[in-house]
Design a protein around this ligand. Structure first.
Ligand code: NAD
Length: 270
């Protein structure tokens, strides 16, 4: 895709799932990739190996891709600053930030403790914002029209009972995407989000590891299947590239039709 070769992209939570697929896809497009992981070094190394292999088999990348693994917790401000600085130190600048790290917890809303709420918000929303803040500082310092891409969720707009912390975090992420996009548009900095629907990744192991449960999930999706991490990564590559040069402040829903009022797919009222 246009404009990605030679760029440097930092992806948070890139040791598994959607983050891993994004790192691999951006490497395929010729980006140097900074692979953040919290604990799972093995997963991060697998991302690195796949990214380098994909880059070597790709005409766009021509084997010129480099990687950097960085351990860090996006709930920790000092870790975020250290991560962004390490990326800039190695590659000279940062061009693309992908805020992918995310967690969810299930609990009736009247029983959620302040600590449980904080834990989810600190990773999904505060962490994403602080990463964006530090990336934007670097973009401005280098007069670089960089790109931020937030990995939101269909629950940016669909309420999700039993997951109030997660819903709040992704709803906030939508507003953060639009606010930062508006604030930095004149410097050419673009801020967008993708909102995956049900996607086969470790965060959903409760249903992806059970065929019957997965079939039940897929019954609710208009396209009758869950999405893949690679489908999410393709949209991120597009939004990061110059093909999307005039797109900012948008959330792109990638959900097999889940946000189309799925219950209206078959007529049920006169
Ligand atoms: P996942 O569990 O494989 O990925 C989440 C990643 O975030 C993991 O690698 C984890 O180690 C990392 N992480 C968690 N806390 C962290 C922290 N404090 N610091 C750094 N990294 C941390 O699941 P996934 O589905 O690939 O999730 C990726 C993103 O996609 C999340 O933001 C999630 O909310 C979003 N999403 C997923 C789905 C889905 O159906 N899978 C749907 C909508 C949105």
């Amino acid at each position: 895709m246009k404009g990605l070769k030679g760029k440097t992209a930092l992806i948070t939570g890139a040791s598994s799932g959607i983050g891993q697929a994004i790192a691999v896809r951006l490497a395929q497009e010729g980006c140097n990739v900074v692979i953040n992981y919290r604990k799972d070094l093995e997963g991060a190394e697998a991302t690195e190996a796949q990214a380098l292999e994909r880059a070597c088999n790709s005409a766009a990348a021509e084997c010129g891709v480099q990687t950097l693994l960085i351990k860090g917790d996006v709930a920790n401000e000092a870790d975020i600053i250290r991560m962004i600085n390490a990326a800039v130190e190695k590659f000279g600048k940062l061009d693309i930030l992908v805020n992918n790290a995310g967690i969810q917890t299930e609990q009736a809303s009247h029983e959620v403790t302040a600590d449980q709420l904080d834990r989810v918000l600190n990773v999904n929303l505060r962490g994403a914002y602080l990463c964006a803040r530090e990336a934007i500082k670097q973009f401005l310092a280098h007069h670089n029209p960089g790109v931020v891409i937030n990995i939101s969720s269909v629950h940016e707009i669909i309420p999700r009972p039993l997951y109030v912390s997660y819903s709040i975090s992704k709803g906030g992420m939508g507003n953060m995407t639009r606010t930062l996009a508006l604030e930095y548009a004149k410097q050419g900095i673009r801020v967008n989000a993708i909102a995956p629907g049900a996607t086969v990744t470790p965060i959903n192991s409760d249903w992806t590891e059970d065929r019957e449960k997965q079939a039940e999930v897929e019954r609710h999706i208009p396209m009758r299947r869950a999405g893949t991490s690679e489908e999410m990564a393709a949209a991120v590559a597009f939004l990061a590239s110059d093909e999307a040069a005039y797109i900012t402040g948008q959330t792109l829903y990638i959900d097999g039709g889940l946000t189309l009022y799925a219950d209206f797919q078959e007529p049920w009222s006169a």
